[in-house]
Design a protein around this ligand. Structure first.
Ligand code: TA6
Length: 282
């Protein structure tokens, strides 16, 4: 791969990583999962959280960074009963489709190595596009390559790093309805979202603009073409129950995910791009 910014390296388990060193940022993408592991703007700290006990040997999805949930979010639908939670693509290897850029910004596009098999099985093609500069833009692109309507649910399942969960306030969801997956109830958000216990919420909204301070800077999280925003922190007990989630990790992470969970259906030939843009507030 002849590109001045990218090296292909391997971790201790021979999982290949794209190691990107650019004037404006550093980043790492694992070929396993097409999985962005870190994004560090120059003179800044990592905007993403990665568990110190994440399994990095390709035997299970990596805990942290930006796992991709596709072609379903959550448990497998009836037609795919027994298939993994959050779909397949975070557990397959991806290959480079395109790299282009300069000292201003860099775009990297990847697609699953088993794209043909997925298309035959699902009638859907998928690719991921990262556009890096001092900001981070993620596009999860799906095309219906079949001759019938295909259901799709998905999420850009971003694990953000925060200095201290006790100081976190997520603004932009006030008065929004959400499904509380822990109680099974539907609630209305009252003011900013603070995290003082386990939280697993699906906000039913296409609100585009959230902000939160990560302890180093205020970030804008912008979504496009989503119908839901998922907010998750497992808190202490559940973190302890997950071997790949370090026990204290809940104190320095929050998942804020742009998602489609409300019955999106793609007509034959139709293309859908789920977007998440993360940038420092001006
Ligand atoms: O982020 C929301 C969620 O659906 C939670 O319910 C929790 O299961 C989380 O995803 C992590 O799922 P995973 O399969 O990666 O352990």
């Amino acid at each position: 791969m002849n590109n001045p910014y990218i090296n292909l390296v391997s971790n201790q388990h021979d999982i290949e990583l794209f190691d990107i060193i650019h004037p404006k940022f550093r980043a790492q993408i694992s070929r396993f999962g097409g999985h962005l592991l870190s994004f560090i703007p120059t003179n800044d700290s990592d905007w993403l959280w990665l568990s110190s006990t994440a399994q990095m040997d390709g035997t299970k999805p990596i805990r942290g960074g930006v796992p991709l949930c596709w072609p379903w979010f959550g448990p497998a639908p009836q037609d795919f009963s027994g298939e993994p939670q959050h779909g397949y693509i975070r557990s397959v290897h991806w290959q480079l489709d395109l790299i282009e850029g300069n000292d201003a910004d860099l775009t990297i596009k990847l697609k699953p190595e088993n794209a043909t098999e997925l298309e035959a099985k699902l009638g859907l093609s998928v690719c991921i596009e990262f556009n890096f500069s001092e900001s981070l833009r993620i596009n999860l692109v799906t095309q219906n390559v079949s001759d019938k309507e295909v259901p799709l649910s998905q999420a850009i399942h971003t694990y953000f790093r925060v200095k201290n969960i006790d100081d976190l306030l997520i603004k932009g969801l006030d008065s929004t309805e959400y499904a509380d997956k822990l109680t099974g109830k539907t609630q209305i958000q009252d003011g900013a979202v603070d995290i003082t216990e386990a939280v697993d919420r699906v906000y039913q909204t296409n609100t585009q603009n959230l902000t939160f301070h990560n302890g180093a800077c205020e970030l804008n999280v912008i979504g496009k073409n989503h119908d839901s925003i998922v907010v998750w922190n497992p808190w202490q007990e559940k973190a302890k129950d997950m071997a790949d989630f370090d026990d204290d990790g809940y104190q320095t992470m929050i998942c804020i995910e742009m998602a489609n969970t409300q019955g999106l259906k793609l007509a034959p030939g139709k293309r859908h791009t789920l977007k998440q843009i993360i940038k420092k507030t001006d």
